[in-house]
Design a protein around this ligand. Structure first.
Ligand code: ADP
Ligand code: MG
Length: 240
Protein backbone atom coordinates (compact mmCIF):
# COMPACT_ATOMS: atom_id res chain seq x y z
CA UNK A 1 0.00 0.00 0.00
CA UNK A 2 1.51 3.28 -1.08
CA UNK A 3 0.19 6.58 0.29
CA UNK A 4 -3.39 5.28 0.21
CA UNK A 5 -6.19 7.70 0.96
CA UNK A 6 -9.85 6.85 1.50
CA UNK A 7 -12.97 8.86 2.23
CA UNK A 8 -16.44 8.20 3.55
CA UNK A 9 -18.44 10.88 1.76
CA UNK A 10 -16.48 14.09 2.17
CA UNK A 11 -14.61 12.85 5.23
CA UNK A 12 -11.11 11.54 4.55
CA UNK A 13 -10.36 8.76 7.04
CA UNK A 14 -7.09 7.39 5.61
CA UNK A 15 -4.54 10.14 5.09
CA UNK A 16 -1.84 8.36 3.14
CA UNK A 17 -1.22 4.84 4.44
CA UNK A 18 1.92 3.03 3.29
CA UNK A 19 3.14 -0.40 4.27
CA UNK A 20 4.45 -3.57 2.69
CA UNK A 21 3.86 -7.20 3.48
CA UNK A 22 5.99 -10.03 2.09
CA UNK A 23 4.61 -13.42 1.13
CA UNK A 24 4.34 -15.60 4.23
CA UNK A 25 4.47 -12.63 6.58
CA UNK A 26 1.94 -11.61 9.18
CA UNK A 27 1.35 -7.90 9.60
CA UNK A 28 -0.82 -6.69 12.44
CA UNK A 29 -2.66 -3.38 12.39
CA UNK A 30 -3.25 -1.98 15.85
CA UNK A 31 -4.51 1.32 17.16
CA UNK A 32 -7.43 3.02 18.87
CA UNK A 33 -10.99 2.55 17.74
CA UNK A 34 -11.71 4.76 14.75
CA UNK A 35 -8.06 4.97 13.68
CA UNK A 36 -8.82 3.45 10.27
CA UNK A 37 -7.76 -0.20 10.65
CA UNK A 38 -10.95 -1.66 9.20
CA UNK A 39 -10.91 0.91 6.42
CA UNK A 40 -7.46 -0.28 5.35
CA UNK A 41 -8.79 -3.83 5.00
CA UNK A 42 -11.99 -2.63 3.32
CA UNK A 43 -9.97 -0.56 0.83
CA UNK A 44 -7.85 -3.60 -0.04
CA UNK A 45 -11.03 -5.58 -0.75
CA UNK A 46 -12.51 -2.81 -2.87
CA UNK A 47 -15.29 -2.23 -0.31
CA UNK A 48 -14.26 1.38 0.39
CA UNK A 49 -13.06 3.45 -2.57
CA UNK A 50 -9.43 4.51 -2.61
CA UNK A 51 -9.16 8.23 -3.38
CA UNK A 52 -5.38 8.48 -3.64
CA UNK A 53 -2.20 6.42 -3.71
CA UNK A 54 -2.07 2.85 -4.91
CA UNK A 55 -1.99 -0.81 -4.00
CA UNK A 56 0.37 -3.27 -5.60
CA UNK A 57 0.11 -7.02 -5.17
CA UNK A 58 2.91 -9.31 -6.35
CA UNK A 59 4.24 -6.57 -8.61
CA UNK A 60 0.87 -5.80 -10.15
CA UNK A 61 -0.75 -2.43 -9.60
CA UNK A 62 -4.35 -2.84 -8.55
CA UNK A 63 -6.98 -0.65 -10.14
CA UNK A 64 -10.16 -0.64 -8.12
CA UNK A 65 -12.06 1.50 -10.60
CA UNK A 66 -13.56 -1.36 -12.58
CA UNK A 67 -15.71 -4.25 -11.44
CA UNK A 68 -13.25 -6.59 -13.09
CA UNK A 69 -10.33 -5.29 -11.01
CA UNK A 70 -12.35 -5.44 -7.82
CA UNK A 71 -13.11 -9.07 -8.65
CA UNK A 72 -9.41 -9.66 -9.08
CA UNK A 73 -8.70 -8.13 -5.67
CA UNK A 74 -11.31 -10.43 -4.17
CA UNK A 75 -9.68 -13.39 -5.92
CA UNK A 76 -6.38 -12.57 -4.31
CA UNK A 77 -7.67 -11.72 -0.84
CA UNK A 78 -10.34 -12.91 1.53
CA UNK A 79 -11.62 -11.13 4.61
CA UNK A 80 -13.11 -12.44 7.84
CA UNK A 81 -15.02 -10.00 10.02
CA UNK A 82 -15.92 -9.86 13.67
CA UNK A 83 -19.44 -10.94 12.71
CA UNK A 84 -19.03 -14.29 10.98
CA UNK A 85 -22.38 -14.25 9.14
CA UNK A 86 -22.61 -17.92 8.27
CA UNK A 87 -25.58 -19.16 6.28
CA UNK A 88 -27.75 -20.40 9.12
CA UNK A 89 -29.84 -22.82 7.07
CA UNK A 90 -26.80 -24.67 5.73
CA UNK A 91 -24.41 -27.20 7.18
CA UNK A 92 -20.80 -26.40 7.96
CA UNK A 93 -19.72 -28.24 4.81
CA UNK A 94 -22.22 -26.35 2.66
CA UNK A 95 -21.05 -23.03 4.10
CA UNK A 96 -17.45 -23.80 3.20
CA UNK A 97 -18.10 -25.23 -0.26
CA UNK A 98 -20.85 -22.91 -1.53
CA UNK A 99 -18.71 -20.16 -3.12
CA UNK A 100 -16.03 -22.49 -4.56
CA UNK A 101 -18.76 -24.60 -6.18
CA UNK A 102 -21.29 -21.96 -7.26
CA UNK A 103 -19.13 -18.91 -7.93
CA UNK A 104 -15.78 -20.44 -8.87
CA UNK A 105 -17.31 -23.58 -10.36
CA UNK A 106 -14.37 -25.64 -9.19
CA UNK A 107 -14.74 -29.45 -9.36
CA UNK A 108 -16.83 -30.87 -6.53
CA UNK A 109 -14.43 -33.61 -5.42
CA UNK A 110 -11.53 -31.14 -5.14
CA UNK A 111 -13.65 -28.57 -3.32
CA UNK A 112 -14.94 -31.19 -0.89
CA UNK A 113 -11.47 -32.57 -0.21
CA UNK A 114 -10.08 -29.10 0.44
CA UNK A 115 -13.05 -28.20 2.67
CA UNK A 116 -12.38 -31.34 4.75
CA UNK A 117 -8.71 -30.44 5.04
CA UNK A 118 -9.54 -26.88 6.12
CA UNK A 119 -12.17 -27.97 8.63
CA UNK A 120 -9.61 -30.38 10.09
CA UNK A 121 -7.09 -27.56 10.28
CA UNK A 122 -9.48 -25.34 12.27
CA UNK A 123 -10.43 -28.24 14.56
CA UNK A 124 -13.91 -28.93 13.19
CA UNK A 125 -13.44 -32.32 11.54
CA UNK A 126 -16.35 -33.72 13.55
CA UNK A 127 -18.76 -30.92 12.60
CA UNK A 128 -19.13 -31.21 8.82
CA UNK A 129 -22.84 -31.93 8.99
CA UNK A 130 -23.77 -29.64 11.86
CA UNK A 131 -25.94 -26.64 11.07
CA UNK A 132 -24.26 -23.38 11.91
CA UNK A 133 -26.83 -22.40 14.52
CA UNK A 134 -25.90 -25.57 16.44
CA UNK A 135 -22.34 -24.26 16.89
CA UNK A 136 -20.76 -21.97 19.48
CA UNK A 137 -19.54 -18.55 18.40
CA UNK A 138 -15.96 -19.79 18.40
CA UNK A 139 -16.87 -22.75 16.22
CA UNK A 140 -18.81 -20.52 13.83
CA UNK A 141 -15.88 -18.14 13.54
CA UNK A 142 -13.62 -21.11 12.73
CA UNK A 143 -16.06 -22.15 9.99
CA UNK A 144 -15.84 -18.56 8.69
CA UNK A 145 -12.04 -18.93 8.55
CA UNK A 146 -12.32 -22.20 6.63
CA UNK A 147 -14.90 -20.63 4.32
CA UNK A 148 -12.55 -17.73 3.50
CA UNK A 149 -9.62 -20.10 2.92
CA UNK A 150 -11.66 -22.34 0.63
CA UNK A 151 -11.40 -19.56 -1.96
CA UNK A 152 -7.60 -19.99 -1.89
CA UNK A 153 -6.68 -16.37 -1.19
CA UNK A 154 -3.05 -15.26 -1.41
CA UNK A 155 -3.66 -12.95 1.53
CA UNK A 156 -6.09 -13.43 4.38
CA UNK A 157 -7.44 -10.31 6.12
CA UNK A 158 -8.75 -10.73 9.65
CA UNK A 159 -10.71 -7.88 11.22
CA UNK A 160 -11.06 -8.41 14.98
CA UNK A 161 -12.17 -11.99 14.50
CA UNK A 162 -12.25 -12.69 18.23
CA UNK A 163 -13.84 -9.45 19.46
CA UNK A 164 -17.42 -10.70 19.47
CA UNK A 165 -16.59 -13.96 21.26
CA UNK A 166 -16.96 -14.92 24.88
CA UNK A 167 -13.50 -14.94 26.47
CA UNK A 168 -13.34 -18.73 26.82
CA UNK A 169 -13.86 -19.10 23.06
CA UNK A 170 -11.15 -16.67 21.98
CA UNK A 171 -8.27 -19.13 22.25
CA UNK A 172 -9.79 -21.78 20.00
CA UNK A 173 -10.04 -19.21 17.22
CA UNK A 174 -6.52 -17.89 17.87
CA UNK A 175 -5.26 -21.50 17.77
CA UNK A 176 -6.80 -21.89 14.32
CA UNK A 177 -5.09 -18.68 13.16
CA UNK A 178 -1.81 -19.98 14.62
CA UNK A 179 -2.16 -23.10 12.48
CA UNK A 180 -2.61 -20.92 9.40
CA UNK A 181 0.48 -18.99 10.41
CA UNK A 182 2.39 -22.28 10.67
CA UNK A 183 1.20 -23.14 7.14
CA UNK A 184 2.80 -19.92 5.93
CA UNK A 185 -0.44 -18.05 5.19
CA UNK A 186 0.13 -14.38 4.46
CA UNK A 187 -2.15 -12.42 6.78
CA UNK A 188 -3.04 -8.89 7.76
CA UNK A 189 -4.53 -9.09 11.20
CA UNK A 190 -6.43 -6.39 13.08
CA UNK A 191 -6.59 -7.49 16.69
CA UNK A 192 -6.66 -6.23 20.24
CA UNK A 193 -5.18 -9.51 21.49
CA UNK A 194 -1.73 -8.08 22.05
CA UNK A 195 -0.21 -11.29 23.41
CA UNK A 196 -1.27 -13.04 20.24
CA UNK A 197 -0.05 -10.21 18.00
CA UNK A 198 3.28 -10.29 19.75
CA UNK A 199 3.57 -14.03 19.21
CA UNK A 200 2.58 -14.29 15.54
CA UNK A 201 3.20 -10.93 13.85
CA UNK A 202 6.37 -10.24 11.92
CA UNK A 203 5.48 -6.57 11.87
CA UNK A 204 3.12 -4.34 13.80
CA UNK A 205 1.71 -1.16 12.33
CA UNK A 206 0.37 1.32 14.85
CA UNK A 207 -2.28 3.62 13.40
CA UNK A 208 -4.01 6.67 14.82
CA UNK A 209 -6.42 9.11 13.14
CA UNK A 210 -5.98 7.53 9.70
CA UNK A 211 -2.19 7.60 9.69
CA UNK A 212 0.61 5.14 10.35
CA UNK A 213 2.31 6.54 13.42
CA UNK A 214 4.95 3.88 13.91
CA UNK A 215 5.75 0.39 12.65
CA UNK A 216 8.27 -2.29 13.49
CA UNK A 217 8.68 -5.65 15.14
CA UNK A 218 6.22 -6.42 17.96
CA UNK A 219 9.09 -6.24 20.42
CA UNK A 220 10.21 -2.81 19.20
CA UNK A 221 6.69 -1.37 19.30
CA UNK A 222 5.57 -2.86 22.58
CA UNK A 223 8.80 -2.41 24.52
CA UNK A 224 10.52 0.63 23.04
CA UNK A 225 7.94 2.71 21.16
CA UNK A 226 9.51 5.80 19.68
CA UNK A 227 6.45 8.04 19.55
CA UNK A 228 4.43 9.41 22.45
CA UNK A 229 1.20 8.24 20.84
CA UNK A 230 2.38 4.64 20.53
CA UNK A 231 3.81 4.69 24.06
CA UNK A 232 0.53 6.01 25.41
CA UNK A 233 -1.57 3.45 23.50
CA UNK A 234 0.54 0.44 24.44
CA UNK A 235 0.84 1.48 28.08
CA UNK A 236 -2.97 1.56 28.27
CA UNK A 237 -3.62 -1.64 26.36
CA UNK A 238 -0.80 -3.77 27.81
CA UNK A 239 -1.49 -2.84 31.41
CA UNK A 240 -4.26 -5.40 31.89
P1 ADP B 1 -11.10 1.17 13.20
O1 ADP B 1 -11.32 -0.10 12.45
O2 ADP B 1 -9.65 1.45 13.46
O3 ADP B 1 -11.91 1.25 14.46
P2 ADP B 1 -12.52 2.38 10.99
O4 ADP B 1 -11.69 2.11 9.79
O5 ADP B 1 -13.72 1.56 11.19
O6 ADP B 1 -11.59 2.38 12.28
O7 ADP B 1 -13.00 3.88 10.95
C1 ADP B 1 -12.15 4.97 10.59
C2 ADP B 1 -12.97 6.24 10.61
O8 ADP B 1 -13.95 6.17 9.57
C3 ADP B 1 -13.72 6.50 11.89
O9 ADP B 1 -13.67 7.88 12.14
C4 ADP B 1 -15.12 6.06 11.57
O10 ADP B 1 -16.05 6.80 12.32
C5 ADP B 1 -15.24 6.38 10.09
N1 ADP B 1 -16.15 5.44 9.39
C6 ADP B 1 -16.05 4.10 9.36
N2 ADP B 1 -17.01 3.55 8.61
C7 ADP B 1 -17.76 4.57 8.14
C8 ADP B 1 -18.91 4.67 7.30
N3 ADP B 1 -19.48 3.58 6.78
N4 ADP B 1 -19.39 5.91 7.05
C9 ADP B 1 -18.81 7.01 7.58
N5 ADP B 1 -17.72 6.99 8.36
C10 ADP B 1 -17.20 5.79 8.66
MG1 MG C 1 -12.46 -1.73 12.97
Amino acid sequence: MNDVRAKYGALEVLHGISFTIEAGEIVSLVGPSGSGKSTVLRALMGLTPITGGDVEIAGEKMDYSSARSVREARDRMAIVFQQYNLFQNMTVMQNVTLAPLKIKRWPKDEVTAEAKRLLGLVGLAAKHDAFSDELSGGQQQRVALARALALKPQILLLDEVTSALDPELVNEVLDAVRKLADEGMTMIIVSHEMGFVREVANKVIFMDHGEVIESGTPQALFETPKTDRARDFFSKILRH
